[in-house]
Design a protein around this ligand. Structure first.
Ligand code: AHR
Length: 483
C-alpha cells in the first residue's frame, strides 16, 4: 500500500534535458568496435556503426562527453587530429592499452553532428599543460586566423566546432589517475587552465573536477568558483558486500541524492561568500550501475532487472534534484558498462537501456514536489535508515497538459497498490502505462533474448483519485492527460 499525493501547483523546477547525456571513452570496445568500426558491413562510409547510431538516437542524447575518463589524463589531443596515416600509435597508460589515435577530435565532432548531440570535451589536467588545454579550445572554437584554428581548417574543418562544455580534468583526486594531485594543487592548476581557456573563448562553460567528498569540493570550488559553471560528481554502484544484492543495489541512488543536497548547500555558501553572481550546477558526468564487474554477479557484462530498476531510480532522483543538477552523462554509452552491447555481427539492448529510453521519451520538463508515503527498509550500511519500497517522480509537461508518474516498485515479492491523489486538477479517465519488468531480479537480456523490455498498456478509471497496481520488480511510467 502506498500513497502519492500530487499538488499540480507545487513545482520543484525545470528539468534540464542535458541530464540524459552519455559518455564515451577510449576504453575497451566503447569506441573501437562500439560506435566506430570501419570496414564493417554494419558501418557507414565514416566507420560509424549504423545499428548503434539508431539505438543512440532512440535515447535522444543531448550531450556526449569524450574522450575520458581516466584515459584523458595522459591524452594529447594533437595525436588524434590530421591525416590518419600520420597519427602516432601510443602506449595508453590509463588502461594499459595501445591507442591508435584513429578516432580523435574531428571524428568525435562528426559523430556528435550525426547523432545529433552537443559535444562535451574533457581536457587533460593530469599529464597535460595549460597551453595544451587552451590550444584545444582554440582548435575547436576559434575562427580561422590563428595557428590552431588554421590547423583545424587544414584538417578539413573551416567552420569552428563551437564546443560549449569543457571539463577541467577527470578524477584528479585519485591515485589511479595519471597526474593525480592534492585538492590544493589541483585547484591552483585548474584555476590557471580555466583562466587561459576562457580567454581563448569566453563563451565556454567549464566543469570543475569534484571529488564526491566535501573537503575536496570545498577546496577546489573555493578557489575556482568565479571561473566555472559546473562541478562534477561521479557515482558507480552495485550490490553491497554481505548484504542482500537486490535491496542493497536499489538503495544506492538514495546515497547519491543525500550528497547532492550537501554539495548544493556548499555551492550556495561559496557563491554567497565570494559574491559569485553566475549559477554553478552539479554535473553528474559519470554515473551507472557497475554491478557487471561484481565478482558474485552471475553474468559478467550482462545487466539484469535489478540493475535496470536501480537506473530507473537514479533517473528519478536526478529529476527530483533538477534545481541542482544540470548535466549528467551516463558512463558509458556502448559496451563498457553500457546500455548498448555490440559484436561484429550485431548488437542487443541491455536491461538498463529501457529505463533510459523511457525517461528520455516519457517525462515532463517540470518536476512536481509529490508526497510519497509507503513502507520502507533500512540500509544502515549506506547510512540510510529508510529506503522507500516505492520510488516516485511526478512531472508535468511545459504546456501543463500531460502528467507523468514515474514509479519503481523495489519490492521483490509484493505489488504496490498506489493510491494517487491529485490536488488542483484531475487527469482524464484513460491513460497509458509504459511498464518495464521481468521474471526475476536476475533476468537479463542477451543477443537474441529479451528478458526485460518495455511494454505499453492502457489504464482506465483515472481521475482526481485512482489506484494503480504496480507489480513487484517493476518500473512504470504513467502517461496521463490533464482533464
Ligand atoms: O567509466 C570508467 C572509468 O571510471 C572512468 O574512466 C573513470 O573516470 C572512472 O573511474
Amino acid at each position: 500500500m502506498a500513497v502519492v499525493k500530487i499538488d499540480l501547483d507545487r513545482r520543484i523546477g525545470a528539468i534540464d534535458r542535458k541530464i540524459y547525456g552519455m559518455f564515451i571513452e577510449h576504453l575497451g570496445r566503447c569506441i573501437y568496435g562500439g560506435i566506430y568500426e570501419p570496414g564493417s558491413p554494419l558501418s557507414d562510409a565514416r566507420g560509424f556503426r549504423r545499428d548503434v547510431l539508431e539505438a543512440v538516437r532512440n535515447l535522444q542524447v543531448p550531450i556526449l562527453r569524450y574522450p575520458g575518463g581516466n584515459f584523458v589524463s595522459a591524452y594529447h589531443w594533437l595525436d588524434g587530429v590530421g591525416p590518419k596515416d600520420q597519427r602516432p600509435p601510443r602506449p595508453e597508460p590509463a588502461w594499459k592499452a595501445i591507442e591508435s589515435n584513429e578516432f580523435g577530435t574531428n571524428e568525435f565532432i562528426q559523430y556528435c553532428r550525426e547523432v545529433p548531440t552537443d559535444p562535451y570535451l574533457c581536457a587533460n589536467l593530469g599529464s597535460g599543460s595549460m597551453d595544451e588545454a587552451a590550444a584545444w579550445v582554440e582548435y575547436c572554437n576559434r575562427e580561422v586566423g590563428t595557428s590552431h584554428a588554421n590547423l583545424r581548417a587544414e584538417h578539413g574543418f573551416e567552420e569552428p566546432h563551437r564546443v560549449t562544455y569543457w571539463g577541467l580534468g577527470n578524477e584528479i583526486y585519485g591515485d589511479w589517475q595519471i597526474g593525480h594531485k592534492t585538492a590544493e594543487d589541483y585547484a591552483k592548476f585548474a584555476r590557471e587552465c580555466a583562466k587561459l581557456m576562457k580567454r581563448v573563448d569566453p563563451s565556454i562553460e567549464l566543469v570543475l573536477c569534484g571529488g564526491q567528498e566535501l573537503d575536496w569540493d570545498r577546496e577546489v570550488l573555493g578557489k575556482c568558483a568565479d571561473l566555472v559553471e559546473h562541478i562534477s560528481y561521479h557515482f558507480y554502484w552495485g550490490p553491497v558486500r554481505d548484504q542482500d544484492p537486490h535491496y542493497s543495489t536499489l538503495a544506492q541512488p538514495y546515497y547519491s541524492e543525500l550528497y547532492w543536497q550537501f554539495l548544493w548547500q556548499l555551492i550556495q555558501q561559496i557563491r554567497r561568500d565570494q559574491h559569485v553572481e553566475h549559477g554553478i550546477k552539479i554535473c553528474v558526468d559519470e554515473w551507472n550501475n557497475w554491478a557487471t564487474a561484481h565478482p558474485d554477479k552471475h553474468a559478467k557484462d550482462r545487466y539484469d532487472l535489478t540493475d535496470a530498476l536501480s537506473v530507473a531510480i537514479y533517473l528519478n532522483a536526478m529529476r527530483r534534484n533538477c534545481e541542482s543538477i544540470e548535466i549528467a552523462t551516463l558512463a558509458q554509452m556502448v559496451n563498457v558498462i553500457a546500455p548498448i552491447f555490440t559484436s561484429p555481427e550485431g548488437m542487443f539492448l541491455q536491461t538498463i537501456y529501457h529505463p533510459l529510453r523511457l525517461a528520455a521519451e516519457k517525462s515532463g520538463s517540470i518536476a512536481l514536489d509529490a508526497h510519497v508515503a509507503c513502507d520502507t527498509y533500512a540500509a544502515d550500511y549506506l547510512g540510510l535508515p529508510s529506503v522507500p519500497y516505492l520510488d516516485a517522480l511526478v512531472t508535468l509537461d511545459e504546456a501543463g497538459k500531460k502528467l507523468f508518474l514515474s514509479l519503481v516498485n523495489l519490492h521483490r515479492d509484493e505489488a504496490q497498490h498506489v493510491d494517487v491523489l491529485i490536488d488542483g486538477g484531475a487527469v482524464r479517465a484513460d491513460g497509458a502505462a509504459h511498464v518495464i519488468t521481468g521474471e526475476s531480479p536476475e533476468t537479463i537480456n542477451d543477443f537474441g533474448k529479451e528478458g526485460v523490455s518495455c511494454q505499453t498498456e492502457s489504464v482506465a478509471g483515472l481521475g482526481a483519485r485512482f489506484t494503480y497496481e504496480l507489480p513487484p520488480l517493476a518500473h512504470a511510467v504513467l502517461e496521463l492527460d490533464i482533464a
